[in-house]
Design a protein around this ligand. Structure first.
Ligand SMILES: NC(=O)c1ccc[n+]([C@@H]2O[C@H](COP(=O)([O-])OP(=O)(O)OC[C@H]3O[C@@H](n4cnc5c(N)ncnc54)[C@H](OP(=O)(O)O)[C@@H]3O)[C@@H](O)[C@H]2O)c1
Length: 323
């Protein structure tokens, strides 16, 4: 199942659309099936992308023997059930972020995949983007010296619609799991799990978290300063600061982007490459690579780290005053 991985998608919303479009920019796989809550939406999606298998239920999609791997693209409260469905059907799974609603849910998915020896990965697409791979290479080379701090933010403006996924409690509404997961995952990639967490969590108009500012401390002595909001567009930049210099990633740091390395002494250098597509094909390529090489998880985003990131977000939300 190497080249030409056959993808089946659960859900036909915004991100499913972009993922299917991006797969057209890679030869590592193609969407062959889609599952929706109705035949009509399955057909509409399938027509747009020339998909032959269109299922009126997620169960049918998961059971389709023509599907090598399932991509779960439903709202986060459904990730747990939808991922279990695919794993129970014997399929490897790529699960949208936030991976689950809590660390406990995430751990159950990881345990199930491991028990069944099936591949599982969080679709934290940022991790697999070319500029982030280059940043990691520079960090591994010790270019920044001893790491002192990570700064990152992710704010988007959303109209105040109580039915929107970002605001509806029953759809997993909240800025942290949707937007804040990017800076939290970025800090995790650079500094690992925090040893201490402080946060301000303020509600949006529906009561779900709307704006969150976070301060993390690490055993190394480094700190992370992170924030997210669903009320305004923020710079969405990120910086990694060390004793020998810093890396400043342009906004939107979590999407295909560019960065500048600014040494403590000497001239800055710029990294920038043209990029084709939305940036989602890189995670699909990583899934294809892992399956080809017989890996059950990606070394670039290990499952224990995904669970740890969920635990960090659990701890941040636990600091919110009771409503
Ligand atoms: N990687 C990224 O850049 C990125 C960007 C946006 C979102 N996401 C993540 O992707 C997931 C989906 O987000 P989205 O923006 O694509 O959401 P969306 O546009 O609302 O689509 C979600 C899809 O899930 C299915 N669904 C099943 N039960 C549902 C319910 N009760 N209410 C609404 N939809 C339901 C629907 O498909 P059917 O009707 O066909 O069943 C729907 O089209 C979220 O976890 C989100 O965090 C990731």
């Amino acid at each position: 199942m190497a080249d030409g991985l056959r993808w089946g998608i659960i859900g036909t919303g915004w991100i499913a659309d972009r993922f299917a479009a991006d797969l057209e920019h890679t030869d590592s796989g193609a969407v062959v099936a889609v599952g929706s809550r109705s035949q009509e939406t399955a057909d509409r999606f399938a027509d747009r992308f020339g998909i032959s298998h269109r299922h009126p239920s997620y169960e049918e999609l998961a059971a389709n023997p023509e599907v090598d791997v399932v991509y779960v693209a439903t709202p986060h409260p459904l990730h747990h059930a939808n991922t279990l469905l695919a794993l129970e059907a014997g399929k490897p799974v790529l699960v949208e972020k936030a991976f689950a609603m809590t660390a406990d849910e995430a751990q159950e998915l990881v345990d199930t995949a491991r028990a069944k020896s099936l591949f599982l990965m969080e679709a934290m697409w940022t991790r697999f983007l070319p500029h982030i791979r280059e940043v990691r290479r520079l960090l591994a080379d010790g270019v920044l010296g001893e790491l002192v701090a990570v700064f990152a933010d992710h704010g988007q403006w959303f109209a105040k619609n109580p039915e929107h996924r970002l605001f509806a409690p029953e759809l997993g509404g909240g800025a942290l799991l949707d937007l804040g997961v990017y800076p939290v995952s970025f800090a995790s990639m650079v500094l690992g799990p925090p040893s201490e967490i402080a946060a301000l969590v303020d509600p949006a108009f529906t009561g779900v978290d709307g704006q969150v500012s976070m301060l993390f401390r690490y055993d190394s002595g480094a700190q992370a300063i992170l924030s997210c909001t669903s009320a305004a567009q923020t710079p969405t930049t990120a910086a990694i600061v060390g004793t020998e210099g810093r890396i400043e990633i342009d906004g939107r740091f979590y999407a295909p982007s560019a960065f500048t390395v600014i040494p403590r002494e000497g001239e800055p250098t710029r990294w920038a490459e043209p990029h084709v597509g939305n940036g989602l094909r890189h995670e699909a390529d990583e899934v294809a690579r892992c399956l080809r090489e017989g890996l059950l998880e990606s070394p670039l985003l290990p499952l224990d780290e995904t669970v740890e990131i969920m635990a960090t977000m659990d701890a941040v939300l636990a600091t919110a005053p009771a409503a």
